[in-house]
Design a protein around this ligand. Structure first.
Ligand SMILES: Cc1cc2nc3c(=O)[nH]c(=O)nc-3n(C[C@H](O)[C@H](O)[C@H](O)COP(=O)(O)OP(=O)(O)OC[C@H]3O[C@@H](n4cnc5c(N)ncnc54)[C@H](O)[C@@H]3O)c2cc1C
Length: 418
C-alpha cells in the first residue's frame, strides 16, 4: 500500500493567546512545523483573566434586538454593565452603527445560525483537544446557573431559551428548593434561575492556556519573543518583520493577535472593524464563598466563577479602546453587587484585572484568508467567547491550510464581510 504523504509547512502563528495556542495545536497535529511569535508572556492578554467558561450553549449573538432594548438603561449607570467613556465616543460610533445593523432581526437570525454552527464545532473540537492534550484535569463539568430577580425577567429571557431549545440545547428553569440546592446562600431577591448542565468552566484560564502551551511545545513548536510590525506576503512565503529589526520567514502566517490584530490586517488591505470590549473583574482568595458552579447575573452583566485560584467576580463591557487607562471602579461596583447577591461573600484580598475582548460588531470572529494572500490567515475577533471557540478556530484554520472543505460554512466569518 502506498503511504499518503502529507505536505508539511512552516507556519508562524502571531499571538500566543488561547486562540493562537489552539491553532498551533491543530496545525502540529497535521504535521506542520509551528513557530509562535509573541511580544509578551504566553496568554497574558485577554486569555489571562477571563471568566473561564466553555460556554458552548451561549449561541445568542450579543448584537441582538434584546440588547438594543437594554442598552439605554445600562448606559445611564456610569459603572453599569455597559459604558462608553465620552472621549471614546467619536471613535466607537461607526462600530456602534454596525452593531445596530447587525442587531436587526434578519441579520441577527443569520448570526445566530452561524454562532450555533460554530458552537457545535467548538464543543466537539474542545473535547477532542482536551483529550489529546491531556487537559481534562483542568475542566469542571458542573454547568452554569443564570439568575433572575423576577418572573418578568425570566419571561423576557424566554425567547432566547426558545432559540436555544431549537438548537437542541438542554436547560432547566428552576425555583425554590431546586434553585437553593444548585446554589445555597443566594439572596432571596433571586426568585428563579436557569440551569444549563452542559456548560463547563476551566480551573483557571491562564493555567489552562499554559497547560496547552506545554502540550504545544512538547509536540515540537518553537516560540520567538518579539512584536510583529509588518506581515509581507510573497509568492513563495511570508516574511514577518519585528520591531527589533529582525525578520522571520514562513510558508504561511496565522494572525491571532486578539484585540491588537487590526493594524496588521489593515496593512494587508483588510479594513476590519475590530474594536475592544474591555472587561473587568476581581479574583478573591479561594474560599471567599462556597460557589457551587458559575453563576450568571445577566441583568447586571457579570458572572461569579469558582476557579482553583479563587472566586472571580466580573464581566461588564466598556467600549474604551486600547489606550485609555483602566477604571477599576468597575471591578469594585461588580464586587459590591456580588456581596449583596451572595450575603457573606468575603470581599477582601482580591486582585483586580482588566482585559481587552477582541470584538467585531456582528459578534462573530474573523476566520479566513487575507485579501493580500491566501498564505496569511486570520483568526481573531472572538469577543466574549474566545476561550470557548479556540479549538474550533484551530480546527477551521487547519482545514483551510489543508485545502479541505471547512467543518462549518465559513462565509459568516469571512474577513471581507464588512
Ligand atoms: C472579563 C472577561 C471575561 C471573559 N470571559 C470569557 C469566558 O468566560 N469564556 C470565553 O470563551 N471567553 C471569555 N472572554 C473572552 C476571551 O478572553 C477572549 O475572547 C480570548 O481570550 C481572546 O483570545 P486571543 O488569543 O484572540 O487574544 P489574546 O488572549 O488577547 O491574545 C493575543 C496575543 O497576541 C499578542 N500580540 C498581539 N499583537 C502582536 C504583535 N504585533 N506581535 C506579537 N504578538 C502580538 C498579544 O501580546 C497577546 O498575547 C472574556 C474576556 C474578558 C475580558
Amino acid at each position: 500500500m502506498r503511504e499518503h504523504k502529507r505536505m508539511s509547512e512552516d507556519i508562524a502563528v502571531v499571538g500566543a493567546g488561547i486562540v493562537g495556542l489552539a491553532t498551533a495545536f491543530h496545525l502540529l497535529a497535521e504535521g506542520h512545523r509551528v513557530r509562535l511569535v509573541e511580544r509578551g508572556g504566553v496568554a497574558e492578554g485577554a486569555s489571562f483573566g477571563n471568566a473561564g467558561a466553555l460556554a458552548f450553549t451561549d449561541i445568542l449573538p450579543l448584537a441582538s434586538p434584546g440588547i438594543l432594548r437594554k442598552a439605554p438603561k445600562w448606559l445611564l449607570d456610569p459603572l453599569g454593565p455597559l459604558a462608553i467613556p465620552p472621549s471614546y465616543l467619536p471613535q466607537i460610533t461607526p462600530w456602534l452603527l454596525r452593531f445596530w445593523r447587525a442587531s436587526l432581526p434578519d441579520r441577527y437570525r443569520g448570526s445566530l445560525e452561524a454562532q450555533g454552527n460554530l458552537m457545535r464545532l467548538a464543543s466537539r473540537a474542545m473535547d477532542a483537544m482536551i483529550d489529546a492534550a491531556g487537559l481534562s484535569g483542568h475542566v469542571r463539568q458542573d454547568g452554569n446557573l443564570q439568575l433572575y430577580e423576577s418572573e418578568a425577567e425570566l419571561s423576557a429571557a424566554q425567547p432566547g431559551w426558545d432559540a436555544r431549545a431549537r438548537e437542541g440545547i438542554a436547560f432547566e428553569h428552576v425555583r425554590g428548593e431546586r434553585l437553593a440546592g444548585l446554589q445555597p446562600g443566594l439572596s432571596p431577591r433571586f426568585v428563579a434561575g436557569t440551569f444549563t448542565p452542559h456548560w463547563q468552566t476551566v480551573d483557571d484560564p491562564h493555567r489552562f492556556a499554559l497547560a496547552l502551551f506545554r502540550a504545544v511545545m512538547e509536540r515540537g513548536a518553537t516560540i520567538s519573543h518579539g512584536e510583529v510590525s509588518a506581515i509581507a506576503p510573497a509568492a513563495e512565503g511570508v516574511s514577518l518583520r519585528l520591531t527589533d529589526g529582525t525578520t522571520l520567514d514562513a510558508a504561511r502566517v496565522v494572525l491571532a493577535g486578539g484585540a491588537w490584530s487590526r493594524p496588521l490586517a489593515r496593512q494587508l488591505g483588510d479594513a476590519i472593524p475590530l474594536e475592544t470590549e474591555r472587561g473587568y473583574n476581581t479574583t478573591l482568595p479561594p474560599g471567599a464563598f462556597d460557589v457551587r458552579r458559575q453563576l450568571t447575573f445577566g441583568g447586571h452583566g457579570f458572572v461569579v466563577t469558582p476557579l482553583v485560584t479563587g472566586i472571580r467576580v466580573g464581566g461588564a463591557v466598556e467600549l474604551g479602546g486600547l489606550k485609555l487607562p483602566p477604571n477599576f471602579k468597575r471591578s469594585e461596583a461588580m464586587l459590591k453587587k456580588a456581596a449583596d447577591f451572595l450575603p457573606g461573600l468575603r470581599t477582601e484580598g482580591g486582585t483586580q484585572w482588566m482585559g481587552f475582548r477582541p470584538s467585531l460588531p456582528d459578534s462573530l470572529p474573523v476566520i479566513g484568508a487575507s485579501r493580500a494572500s491566501p498564505r496569511v490567515l486570520y483568526a481573531f475577533g472572538h469577543g466574549h467567547l474566545g476561550l470557548t471557540q479556540s479549538a474550533a478556530t484551530g480546527k477551521l484554520i487547519a482545514d483551510l491550510v489543508a485545502g479541505r472543505s471547512p467543518s462549518v460554512p465559513l462565509a459568516p466569518f469571512r474577513p471581507d464581510r464588512f
